[in-house]
Ligand binder design. Structure first.
Ligand SMILES: Cc1cc2nc3c(=O)[nH]c(=O)nc-3n(C[C@H](O)[C@H](O)[C@H](O)COP(=O)(O)O)c2cc1C
Length: 387
């Protein structure tokens, strides 16, 4: 018996490999190998085990094998897909983070109709904002299960949705009645090789919030309540129209974000030269000209247009870790401002630890103050760059 059998009897090595390596496959689709109807039925049967709103059996699947019909769908797909072909022209050889996915997507645009079989997932209903379940919400879980079922049997696909921009033409071509929504058209084939890897994704602790939007913990708590030893933190994020460069120019000038914060109103470099890892600055807060506190900060990450992290008082035992992260998002950028409260060198930890029954409450209240303050900072930065 494998060590990795779960409480429910599943071999987690297998299950986790399926869940972490079911990739969007395009260049490694084997266009030459036949895929049987039996296999498609089998995968649809598995996919149909997915939940549906109101247990309403409204999903329908459309399997396209006729080459003329595939060619016409390929032509429609390419009309929308020119954006990938154009983007590939711009990105090829640049090392841009999207270069590979764009090149792969463009390949699918050019080869869509070569798939041995195209499988559409559709549902009776249209999105009418009625709030009723059973529309997209019921089709998507089964569409993903279909992907997993394919992968488990040596096949692959990509979750191709671009034909949704051509739904009237598609409906006419395939005789789909009004009142039916098509969501995705899978190009299905055996994959060339089986060695697919997990994708880099943000770790759960960075994107999982507890009890309040933006409240993080850097590790799981023993009993579920917030504890100083679990690395309680706060995240605020904002989307801007500006490119990362414009935001970096603001956040890398330490006094610019400070002006929006009620806690930190002044910051000045205390080390010489251009900022880099190891540089230091001093932050202070003075109300009505009276200095309330000042604190020394050490830069622990400095990545042009991407990340700026600093630690309070002691890099090894920080009072807090503060961080800006920048990423391209759509045509603009997403700015993420986060902090983690340290175990030492701050006023919060002793206050929280004084009475264990109050620890969670103290951390909650302190983080509400941080969150409001950090929100002012990102709103202020957005105001500067989105003018
Ligand atoms: C809602 C949705 C729409 C997508 N639409 C397309 C599409 O039209 N064409 C395509 O080639 N890939 C499409 N994809 C696949 C994504 O590009 C792919 O999942 C992403 O690049 C990450 O790659 P990975 O799944 O291998 O990790 C879509 C995925 C989702 C979830």
């Amino acid at each position: 018996m494998s060590d990795s059998l779960s409480e429910s009897g599943f071999d987690l090595d297998h299950v986790d490999r399926l869940l972490t390596t079911t990739r969007a496959v395009r260049k490694r689709l084997d266009f030459e190998r036949h895929v049987s109807d039996e296999l498609i039925f089998e995968c649809i049967d598995l996919a149909e085990q997915a939940p549906t709103g109101g247990n309403d059996a409204s999903r329908r699947w459309l399997v396209i094998r006729d080459q003329d019909t595939k060619n016409e769908l390929g032509r429609l797909y390419a009309e929308v897909g020119t954006l990938f072909i154009n983007a590939r022209g711009r990105l090829d050889g640049t090392g841009h983070p999207k270069e590979r996915v764009v090149s792969s997507s463009a390949f699918l645009v050019e080869n869509f109709s070569r798939s041995p079989v195209l499988v559409m997932c559709a549902i009776w209903g249209i999105h009418d904002d009625s709030g009723r379940p059973g529309l997209f919400d019921s089709a998507i879980p089964s569409a993903w299960s279909f992907n997993l079922a394919l992968r488990s049997r040596g096949l692959g696909t990509a979750y191709a949705t671009m034909l949704n921009n051509k739904s009237e033409d598609v409906a006419e071509l395939l005789g789909i009645p009004s009142g039916v929504t098509t969501l995705v058209c899978f190009p299905v084939a055996y994959t060339i090789g089986q060695d697919f890897s997990p994708a880099p994704r943000r770790p759960a602790f960075e994107i999982t919030y507890f009890d309040q939007w933006g409240f993080t913990r850097s590790q799981g708590s023993q009993d579920g309540s917030a504890r100083i030893e679990d690395g309680p933190g706060v995240v605020v994020e904002i989307d801007t129209d500006a490119r990362p460069k414009a935001i970096w120019d603001v956040i890398s000038d330490i006094n610019m974000p400070a002006q929006f914060s009620e806690e930190l109103v002044k910051a000045e470099w205390t080390s010489d030269g251009d900022p880099q890892v190891g540089s230091t600055f001093r932050g202070s807060n003075s109300i009505s000209g009276v200095r309330e506190w000042e604190t020394d900060c050490i830069v622990t990450e400095w990545k042009d247009r991407a990340a700026f992290e600093w630690r309070i008082t002691d890099a090894e035992k920080p009072g807090a870790i503060w961080r800006f992260d920048l990423a391209e998002q759509g045509g603009g950028s997403r700015l993420r401002f986060s902090m983690t409260i340290g175990k030492d060198n701050n006023g919060t930890a002793p206050r929280a630890l004084k009475d264990p029954t109050q620890e969670s409450r103290v951390l909650h209240e302190r983080r509400l103050v941080h969150k409001a303050n950090m929100q002012r900072v990102v709103d202020g930065v957005k105001g500067l760059v989105d003018r």
